[in-house]
Design a protein around this ligand. Structure first.
Ligand SMILES: Cc1cc2nc3c(=O)[nH]c(=O)nc-3n(C[C@H](O)[C@H](O)[C@H](O)COP(=O)(O)OP(=O)(O)OC[C@H]3O[C@@H](n4cnc5c(N)ncnc54)[C@H](O)[C@@H]3O)c2cc1C
Ligand code: SF4
Ligand code: SF4
Ligand code: SF4
Length: 371
């Protein structure tokens, strides 16, 4: 150990950089020595260490020794996932007295070693990532955890299955819950689905093709729970206060209701895609409909009989085409994501159509099947 490395142990200043070889997973693919040599030149860096397994017991001993002897107060690591092994490594250092907020880790295993065949380019990318971490660590300030009192009541915005499940869980622990639902019913979208995957039952209960809702267990559980107050036809109008203690004003049909909560859960669900955003699909044509509109037609015809009828002239369609993934992976007119439900939903609806109109040909056009 050089004098300059030990000099600043008392006052703790500077950055330590540790590169993990992951027992060859990284070191066989990336030139860690060359990255270490380049990083050593950085003016804030007091030490650079390469270890083959930072998350192991030997790695822990290595870090312990480095922290005791090298005088740094901040650490940048290149290894694997910062959210898994990174937490273990930062906890080792925290146990030795380091402030955990002065730590950063980049993933050069999954993001470099495992995905690039070319050693030189993988090394160059790993070096860039580590320099990024170093730039971030330079600016980090030590923080202290504080405890803040939190009121034991919760506001849940949205009374769909997510909001109801959250409210029941919290209420069962003895806390007061307010559910604010803007429509006139609990249940959300699932309540409006006449059959859901994987069971082909109604979205809320266990029965198939139920005509009228007579008993909805989850909704009943919520309505009967003494710790849950349900505000239907309501909207949150204003919220003041701070972390753990918020004053909420809710506009209801009866007027304004005010209460204090410690936590808030936003469970407002999703919106269906607006097909007019893709003009070439000609949503203005009566027989071009969305799957949620098809759902209503299916429910209606199940009751009336006579098979599925097309909206334009009430005749049974000979062919039904599902155009899937509309608006998905479309940067310009749609969303980058995939809904993850419409594949299975369309397959379920195709089966229902075949039950209602056995002679109809049903085609499903898709980019891929992810749902
Ligand atoms: C076409 C389609 C088919 C599907 N099929 C299936 C299936 O077969 N099987 C399956 O398991 N899942 C299916 N899903 C998914 C399922 O519907 C959702 O996972 C589920 O409804 C999510 O529940 P949620 O409570 O998060 O949201 P939602 O059900 O959307 O509920 C959100 C609630 O919040 C309320 N709300 C919204 N904004 C506010 C506001 N600002 N203030 C107050 N209240 C508000 C809404 O009125 C609604 O009641 C399907 C989804 C779609 C779109
Ligand atoms: S810290 Fe991550 S990269 Fe290093 S040995 Fe452990 S698993 Fe491998
Ligand atoms: S009783 Fe209500 S929740 Fe149950 S299957 Fe019928 S419609 Fe669905
Ligand atoms: S892959 Fe399936 S779930 Fe995803 S957008 Fe296409 S049809 Fe919908």
């Amino acid at each position: 150990m050089s004098d300059s490395e030990t000099d600043n142990v008392g006052q703790r200043k500077g950055i330590a950089v540790f590169l993990c070889g992951c027992r060859g997973e990284i070191s066989n693919k990336i030139d860690l020595e060359s990255i270490a040599s380049a990083i050593k030149e950085h003016p804030e860096v007091v030490t650079v260490g390469i270890h083959e397994s930072l998350c192991s017991r030997e790695g822990q001993q290595f870090l312990k020794g480095e922290y005791a002897n090298k005088g740094f107060d901040k650490v940048a690591v290149s290894a694997c996932s910062p959210n898994i092994q990174g937490l273990i490594i930062s906890r080792f250092l925290e146990a030795e007295g380091m402030n955990k907020y002065l730590f950063d880790q980049v993933n050069i295993r999954e993001q470099c070693a495992w995905v690039h065949a070319d050693r030189e380019r993988a090394t160059s990318k790993a070096k860039s990532l580590l320099l990024g971490a170093l730039a971030k660590v330079e600016k980090l300030m030590p923080l202290e955890d504080i405890e803040v009192p939190i009121l034991g009541s919760t506001l849940v915005i949205g009374g769909g299955v997510t909001g109801m499940a959250a409210a029941l869980d919290i209420a069962s622990s003895g806390f007061k819950v307010y559910i604010v639902e803007r429509s006139n019913d609990l249940g959300g979208r699932a309540y409006k689905l006449s059959m859901t995957f994987p069971t082909h039952n109604c979205g809320i209960c266990c029965m198939q093709y139920c005509k009228e809702c007579v008993f909805t267990p989850k909704i009943e559980d919520v309505l009967q729970n003494k710790n849950i107050e349900v505000l239907l036809n309501s909207n949150v109008e204003d919220m003041t206060g701070g972390f753990g203690n918020r004053h909420v004003k809710v506009k209801t049909l009866e007027g304004c209701k005010e209460f204090d909560v410690g936590t808030i859960i936003v469970a407002t669900g999703s919106k269906t895609f607006d097909p007019t955003r893709i003009p070439e699909l000609h949503y203005e044509i009566p027989n071009v409909i969305t799957t949620t509109e098809l759902e209503q037609l299916i429910v209606k015809q199940r009751e009336l009989g006579g098979g599925l009828k097309r909206p334009s002239d009430g005749k049974n369609p000979k062919t039904v085409n599902f155009v899937q993934c509309v608006g998905s992976r479309d940067k310009v007119k749609g969303n980058l994501h995939c809904s993850l439900v419409c594949c299975t939903y369309a397959i379920g609806q195709a089966r229902e159509i075949k039950k209602l109109n056995p002679g109809a040909d049903v085609y499903v056009h898709y980019i891929d099947l992810r749902g």
